[in-house]
Design a protein. Structure first.
Length: 309
């Protein structure tokens, strides 16, 4: 079962990222103190140097009675699976807007305990928080803060407690270049992403020397998936996008190399974000001249239509 759990935690992640020519390695320590190594190289997966095939499935634990979770995980192993992905239904977590529940069928802590220890935590959920702040209700403000900032902080804390005890683990938070430079109609999104970036670097310092790494990945505009793609907004002049696979590779680098921060964006966006952090007035003027207002308005309007705030 220990071998299954090791693959469950690391294999599906690497499988979803794809295999390139460059070797990637994740090291971990078993409860008995023995070190283990998971590698992706030469278009294959390896555990402790031995070729391994990932056979993965998905468990929607919100559709299974909690008392049956352990049985279902063992049944997955009996079927020949060596990796399982868990899916959390947001409509179960937030049955009414602004009201969250993590008990019963949405007891994330229990399902993680059933699955075994967590070696890698990737916190990716976020709301766009798009629009002028004065148009937000107090409830909408709380919702953006809860999803974008409070939830990843709480998850990171619980994961870090167990990781610190065994001196091994990696926490990866998905932020945004919006954590470096502000933009129009993004006050709430900027607030949460600035906060998440500060939290990531602060927690990394807190855990220094414990064997637990903390990284934050900062994507720019992502094509074909995510908030920008869903909004269907026109691109700002001079702004290029990156494919989802580039973000996935950034996550993999964070895990395998324990990088403190990884920006996933074209060079001009990374430069613009840096300028925005040291000369915000100049960056705001450039955004206004290059279509930033139009793009921000389109994103905010699109998210209102699809019911996202």
């Amino acid at each position: 079962m220990t071998r299954l759990k090791r693959i469950l935690r690391l294999g599906l992640l690497l499988c979803s990222l794809g295999l390139g020519a460059e070797a990637q390695t994740v090291s971990t320590v078993a409860p008995d103190g023995r070190p283990h190594r998971f590698e992706a190289r030469d278009h294959q997966f390896f555990i402790d140097g031995q070729p391994t095939m990932i056979i993965a499935g998905e468990m929607h634990f919100g559709r299974v009675l909690p008392e049956d979770w352990d049985t279902r995980i063992k049944q997955a192993k009996a079927m020949g699976l060596n990796a399982v992905s868990f899916y959390l239904f947001w409509n179960q977590v937030e049955p009414q807007e602004g009201q969250f529940t993590f008990s019963g069928a949405t007891d994330v802590r229990r399902v993680l305990a059933e699955a075994g220890r967590v070696d890698v935590l990737i916190a990716n959920a976020a709301l766009p928080g798009a629009g002028y702040l004065l148009e937000f209700t107090d409830e909408e403000i709380d919702r953006v803060l809860d999803v974008n900032l409070r939830a990843p902080i709480i998850m990171a804390r619980h994961a870090a407690l167990a990781m610190r005890e065994r001196h091994s683990g990696q926490i990866v938070l998905i932020g945004s270049l919006s954590s470096k430079a502000a933009s129009e109609q993004s006050a709430m999104y900027n607030a949460t992403k600035f906060g998440l970036r500060g939290f990531a670097h602060g927690l990394r310092q807190d855990l220094h020397g414990t064997g637990v790494g903390v990284s934050i990945v900062l994507p720019g505009f992502v094509a074909d998936a995510g908030m920008f793609a869903e909004a269907g907004a026109p691109q700002q002049r001079g702004v290029r996008t990156v494919p989802p696979g580039a973000v996935a590779r950034g996550v993999l680098q964070a895990i395998t190399r324990d990088r403190a921060e990884i920006s996933v964006a074209p060079p001009e966006l990374r430069l613009g974000a840096t300028i925005g952090s040291i000369a915000p007035a100049l960056a705001a003027a450039v955004q206004r001249r290059t279509g930033g207002h139009e793009m921000a308005s389109a994103i905010a309007a699109a998210n209102r239509v699809i019911g996202k705030r």
